[in-house]
Ligand binder design. Structure first.
Ligand SMILES: [Fe+2]
Length: 353
C-alpha cells in the first residue's frame, strides 16, 4: 500500500536507493548511509511531498517530490524515485507516481516536472505513464573540470541502426553464415527480453554484435578477443563484454568449444576480463540465444549443440547442461515456452540495410 513518507522511513529509502542506482550503471558509489543523507535533504524541505510503498510493514519503494512556485503557477517536481530492484516491474513505481499525480490534482497544481537521463530506461517508464518531453525548455549546463553526470550513464552500445551497419560492414570483410546466425540471435534476444522485463533494444544490439570479432577473419577463440578489442575501441563496453561472455557460460576459458588460436596476450586478456565479470541476465540471454541461433533461423537447442559437437568433435558436458538450464531460467522469467516466444517455426533472418 501507498502511504505518506515519515522521517523513520528514510534509512530504508536510502538502502533501496543505493540498490536501485548501482555504481556500474550510474557511476556514483551510493551506500545506504550516503543515500539516506542525500534523500534527507529533500525530506527536510518545507514543501516536500513524499510517499512510500509498503508491504507487510516493509518499505519497498519511495518517491521524493517538491512543490515549487514557477511564475504564476505552482508545479510539483519529482526529485527521486526508487524501487527495490527485485520488486521492479510489478507496478510499484506506477503506484508511487499515481500518488504524486493525485496530490497534484487535489491541490490544483499546474503539472509535474522531472529530469531523467536520456540513456536510462526510466524515460520509457515515464512516457508510458503519460509524461512528454517538455517543449520550449532546454537543459543547460556549465562545465568546470568535471565530468557531466550523464556521461556516466551514456549508453555503452550502439543504436539498432548503427549495429546493423557495423554487422553489414563486418560481413563485407569476412562473409559467411555467421552474419545471419547473429541476426537470429538478435531476433531471439529481443523477443525474450521483451517478455522478461529487460531492455529489448539493448538485447537486440548485443545479440547482433556478439560475434562481431569474426569481422577480422576465420578465427576460433581469436574472434572473442578480436570482438572485445574492436567494441572497446568504439566505446561500446557493453557489447565488448558480450563478445567475451557469450562463449563461456561457465566463465571458464578451458571449456571453449573450438581451437585455441589466440596469442598469449590475447588469452590473458580474455582470462583477466572474464575474471572481473559477474555474469548478469544479458550475458545469460546472449549465451542462450547463441545456443539456438542458426544461419537459417531458430534451431532446436539440442540439435544445434549436437551440430556444434559434430563440427568441433566435442562439447563440454557442463556447458551443455548450463545451456539447458539457461532455457529454463528464461522460460521461468517469461512464463512461456522459449520456441513460441522466438517464433521458431517461422522466423527467417534477412539483411536489413
Ligand atoms: Fe554466436
Amino acid at each position: 500500500m501507498i502511504r505518506v513518507m515519515e522521517n523513520i522511513d528514510l534509512a530504508q529509502c536510502g538502502m533501496i536507493y543505493a540498490k536501485a542506482f548501482p555504481m556500474e550503471h550510474w557511476g556514483i558509489d551510493w551506500t545506504a548511509e550516503n543515500a539516506t543523507e542525500y534523500l534527507r535533504d529533500f525530506f527536510e524541505q518545507k514543501r516536500f511531498v513524499g510517499y512510500v510503498y509498503e508491504e507487510n510493514e516493509e518499505v519497498l519503494g519511495c518517491i521524493f517530490a517538491l512543490c515549487k512556485i514557477s511564475g504564476s503557477k505552482e508545479e510539483i517536481y519529482i526529485n527521486e524515485m526508487a524501487v527495490l530492484p527485485e520488486r521492479q516491474g510489478h507496478g510499484i513505481g506506477k503506484q508511487l507516481l499515481n500518488a504524486v499525480k493525485d496530490y497534484s490534482k487535489e491541490k490544483g497544481l499546474a503539472g509535474i516536472v522531472l529530469y531523467t537521463s536520456e540513456y536510462a530506461p526510466a524515460a520509457k517508464f515515464y512516457e508510458k505513464n503519460g509524461f512528454k518531453l517538455s517543449k520550449g525548455t532546454i537543459c543547460m549546463y556549465y562545465e568546470y573540470n568535471m565530468v557531466l553526470k550523464n556521461d556516466y550513464c551514456k549508453k555503452m552500445y550502439p543504436t539498432r541502426e548503427e549495429a546493423e551497419k557495423i554487422l553489414m560492414e563486418a560481413e563485407g570483410c569476412n562473409p559467411g553464415p555467421w552474419g545471419n546466425h547473429s541476426r537470429t540471435a538478435a531476433h531471439c534476444a529481443e523477443a525474450i527480453a521483451a517478455r522478461s522485463g529487460m531492455d529489448s533494444e539493448k538485447a537486440y544490439v548485443l545479440g547482433l554484435l556478439h560475434d562481431i570479432g569474426r569481422k577480422f577473419g576465420k578465427r576460433h577463440l581469436g574472434h572473442v578477443s578480436d570482438g572485445y578489442s574492436y567494441m572497446m575501441s568504439l566505446g561500446y563496453d557493453d557489447v565488448a563484454r558480450i563478445c567475451l561472455t557469450h562463449s563461456f557460460n561457465e566463465k571458464d576459458i578451458s571449456k571453449y568449444v573450438g581451437k585455441f588460436d589466440t596469442t598469449e596476450e590475447e588469452t590473458s586478456l580474455i582470462k583477466d576480463e572474464l575474471n572481473a565479470i559477474e555474469l548478469d541476465d544479458y550475458d545469460r540471454l546472449i549465451q542462450l540465444c547463441d545456443s539456438i541461433a542458426g544461419a537459417e533461423g531458430v534451431m532446436d537447442q539440442i540439435e544445434r549443440m549436437t551440430d556444434v559437437k559434430a563440427r568441433y568433435g566435442a562439447y563440454d558436458q557442463e556447458k551443455w547442461d548450463t545451456n539447458i538450464r539457461l532455457r529454463k531460467h528464461f522460460e521461468d522469467m517469461m512464463g512461456e515456452d522459449l520456441y513460441v516466444v522466438v517464433d521458431k517455426d517461422n522466423y527467417r533472418p534477412e539483411q536489413i540495410i
